[in-house]
Design a protein around this ligand. Structure first.
Ligand code: CO
Length: 296
């Protein structure tokens, strides 16, 4: 990894951490989910980064991939709210997340995910097996009496690629792949009161350009040009409807039919369990030094 790329990872991580702190301060009774989402996205640009994916604010049994649309009327009340955000600097990504319990009933569930992250980071090093990280996460969450979400995982962070190898499990899945020098990745424990499995539910508001092909309609071509400015990273339907109105829906439909875009529907706990999350991004540099990119 060249030194400029390393500096970009460090900068992206620092901005991510700063924006997460800012976002946490906005998650309060009575604040609007949509407005909060947009203020956080604005902050990313103000600090000199770009969103690596749309800011996600997921409530209660939604584990991930919830992203407000323009018409969203949700106001924060007695929910358990997870904020997950990513920032990139020239493609180098910092990704972090935090859960806030506004219900006052799930303090331990919040702690379970956070402690699992803390404990797992203690063993992150060159040569650590992925399954060992999963085991620490699983055991920590279980010690609080909760269940890890086993079909969600941490992930490698490549340039302009948010979900790549290694896949970092939240349970001991037997994977003996080891961490190596030069790897950037996110560790992302989820804890739940449910059974520990999520499934896709509801309509996607997050998309990603996957295969570029020619599109026929001028509207779709115009919107495709905008989508290309996201550089292959996930984007929100809202970003397009804000700019292009209803034309964006038409274009997204055509792009989906052409098999050009990937959809990310909300991920919901199958037993309607409450879900909490904690996440940090880590870089192991070429000298083998472990840098937690998103630590304040
Ligand atoms: Co992540």
């Amino acid at each position: 990894m060249d030194s400029q790329t390393k500096r970009n990872y460090i900068k992206a991580g620092k901005i991510s951490a700063e924006v997460l702190e800012y976002g946490k301060s906005l998650i309060k009774h009575g604040n609007s989910l949509l407005e909060t989402t947009e203020l956080i996205e604005k902050k990313i640009f103000e600090l000199g980064g770009k969103p690596a994916f749309p800011v996600q604010i997921s409530c209660n049994d939604i584990a991930a991939h919830f992203c407000a649309e323009e018409e969203d009327k949700t106001v924060f009340e007695e929910q358990v709210i997870s904020l997950d955000l990513g920032v990139h600097v020239d493609g180098a990504i910092g990704d972090n997340a935090y859960t806030i319990d506004l219900s006052g009933k799930y303090n331990d569930l919040v702690k379970a995910a956070q402690k699992a992250l803390e404990e797992s980071l203690k063993i992150v090093n060159v040569g650590t097996e992925l399954r060992e990280i999963g085991k620490v996460i699983n055991d920590t969450i279980k010690s609080y009496g909760y269940t890890p979400v086993r079909n969600l995982s941490g992930h490698g962070l490549d340039l302009y690629n948010i979900h790549t190898n290694p896949t970092i499990p939240n349970i001991d899945n037997g994977d003996k792949t080891i961490l190596k020098k030069g790897m950037a990745f996110a560790v992302e424990p989820f804890a739940t009161t449910g059974s520990g499995v999520v499934h896709e539910s509801g309509l996607a508001t997050v998309f990603m350009l996957e295969h570029k092909k020619p599109a026929r309609s001028p509207i779709t071509r115009e919107i495709l040009k905008e989508i290309e400015t996201y550089e292959g990273l996930p984007f929100a339907k809202r970003w397009l409807t804000r700019k292009f109105g209803a034309k964006a829906n038409f274009a997204l439909r055509e792009l989906t039919q052409l098999g050009m875009i990937h959809q990310f529907p909300p991920l919901v706990e199958v037993n309607k369990g409450i879900v909490t999350q904690a996440e940090h991004s880590i870089l192991i540099d070429d000298e083998g030094e472990v840098i937690v990119l998103t630590k304040m």
